[in-house]
Design a protein around this ligand. Structure first.
Ligand code: ADP
Ligand code: ADP
Length: 230
């Protein structure tokens, strides 16, 4: 069952850079897809077009059958369905870990505070940070902040999780704790699209690897095929 479909997507930035050329792909529910490729090849642009953080110049993207870039599409509803985790963790610095996770469920989903709190506490436990609920981001290591960011995205109960180089800003010894949380999510059947340079993760966890080069999706296959054919 296809959850995300891109048809002949082209993206030209206002300065003229053609970042995506004729990109077509389909991602099934429950699938884990890793996007790899050289710097500047369009990986991040592609990921950000999937939840309309970036507009497209032509083509179409469907998420759960909804045309992402159509003028009538409710972007807030759309982004509720697609949780996003960035390279820079983007937590609110003046809020605790718990408050960061509770915010959108209260503000956007209008969950009662008590319910949002218990959801946030459960998610903190899930990412191994039950004892850090009261810490602000500055009181957490980078790996811990990124795990809070993942919990914050999960608090919206998204249908898909989009990760943009989630471990690239981390000290090497903190990478594993974030990848472990992502592996757990994959094992639970979460649909995931992951831009990453972590080839070990792609090989072990991805159902499919997409290789981007100069704005084109030049190759896609199961990781076994991918990593032996190179
Ligand atoms: P990757 O994630 O593979 O490193 P990006 O999607 O970030 O690639 O970038 C693809 C191309 O688009 C690059 O040539 C980059 O310089 C360009 N680009 C990215 N963002 C912008 C922007 N906001 N304005 C203009 N060009 C951009
Ligand atoms: P790392 O080397 O993991 O980046 P730190 O030495 O910064 O870690 O922190 C180690 C532990 O102490 C972490 O669990 C972190 O949450 C906690 N910690 C760091 N700074 C503070 C602080 N100012 N207040 C409370 N806890 C902190």
């Amino acid at each position: 069952e296809v959850l995300i479909e891109a048809r002949e997507v082209e993206k030209r930035y206002p300065n003229g850079t053609l970042a995506l050329k004729g990109v077509s792909l389909a991602i099934n529910r429950g699938e884990v897809v890793c996007i790899i490729g050289p710097s500047g090849s369009g990986k991040s642009t592609l990921l950000r077009t999937l939840n309309a953080l970036e507009s497209i110049s032509s083509g179409e993207i469907l998420m759960d059958g909804i045309s992402v870039h159509a003028a009538k599409t409710d972007l807030n509803a759309l982004r509720t369905h697609a949780g996003m985790v960035f390279q820079q963790f983007n937590l609110f610095p003046h809020m605790t870990a718990l408050e960061n996770i509770m915010l959108a469920p209260v503000e956007v989903l209008k969950l009662p505070a008590a319910q949002a709190r218990s959801r946030a506490e459960a998610l903190l436990a899930k990412v191994g940070l039950a004892d850090k609920a009261g810490n602000r981001p500055a009181q957490l290591s980078g790996g811990q902040q990124q795990r809070v960011a993942i919990a914050r995205a999960l608090a919206m109960q998204p249908r898909v999780m989009l990760f943009d180089e989630p471990t690239s800003a981390l000290d090497p010894e903190k990478v594993g704790e974030v990848l472990d949380v992502m592996k757990d999510l994959a094992a639970e059947g979460m649909t995931m699209v992951v831009v990453t340079h972590e080839m070990g993760f792609a090989r072990a966890v991805a159902d499919r690897v997409l290789f981007m080069d100069r704005g084109e999706l030049v190759y896609q296959d199961a990781p076994e095929a991918f990593f032996t054919s190179a």
